[in-house]
Design a binder for this molecule. Sequence first.
Ligand code: MG
Length: 388
Amino acid sequence: MKKKIVILGSTGSIGEQALQIITFHPQRFQVVGLAAGRNIKRLAEQCCIFRPRMVATGYEELAPALQEMLEEGPEVLAGEEGLCQVAAMEEADVVLMALSGAVGIMPTVEALKAGHRVALANKETLVAAGDLVMGLARDHGVPVIPVDSEHSAIFQCIRDEAKYVKNLWLTASGGPFHDYTPDALQRVTPEMALQHPNWSMGKKVTIDSATLMNKGLEVIEAHHLFDVDYDHIKVLVHRQSIVHSMVEFVDGAFLGHLGVPDMRIPIQYALSYPERWNSPTSPLDLAEVGLLQFEKPDTVKFPALELAFQAGRRGGTLPAVMNAANEEAVHSFLTGDLGFTEIPDIIARVMSRHQVIMSPDLAQIQAADTWARDCFRSMNINQTADSR
Ligand code: MG
């Protein structure tokens, strides 16, 4: 029996690598649904190769063009509702959630409600709506398998020993600007920030890696996935990106997960779980790597990590607000409207203005997200005017 797979975000970095894994194991998988955002040309190509029954673009206005490219192909859907319909497809065994940003929340909710196992690569979903999403997964008795390399590592190290966990140790590459002076950080351009030293990833997560916000989002993600409080989630900078994260147990034992920095390993594990299959990745040569080094993150130079701890500890709607402000800030940085070091500053200012609602429902989370984006834009406009 082939596993029936739905991929949301199929034209992004994670989606493309997942399709490589599926191509590598043609006897094990059948793609039944695909969804993406604006890149409908690539989405149409993928449909010709993998022949899904349903396909969706997140943008209503692109649906006619997609339909035209596919002729008598799959059923074409669009908008948030279209993404949700693909996520909830009856025949799906695993839904790989690889959309980037808060747009992943509703489709994840629908996939869980439909009783599908979710392979979750969209960290923003857990950051903004972690209590709700993990609650749904528990209620429906479906597992959420992390795809993020750190969380996949922890998931594999914990196994059935969650009650013995003392600390989770998330490793961070430190990003491309680890050794920069504060002055040099001010002059960082989008082109510089998009060059990640170790990992090949999408734009959003690459910029987040450079600010360390990515690690901050991952701290909140880890809190929800593994039900560990923030005092017991630690971050270590590990420049080589070989140890993907570690679990410290009460007896002093550390279990770590090592491998080459290649996202196809955690992607495949999320699809093969609880089995392990051979993979197309190159082997790890530790003698070649030589040294494994660890150090504390510099939260003065990279304040975004601390912001995420603050947002996570406070809880309620604050993580959703931080996440939305960050998405907007990253977008503004990429278009050249915001400086690199202004990213954490403006997120902090949006967070400080928010009236936190505790135990929010989905509508309140979405309202907080919208509020944060509006607040960001009003500040960003003022800031640009001030600097003229
Ligand atoms: Mg990661």
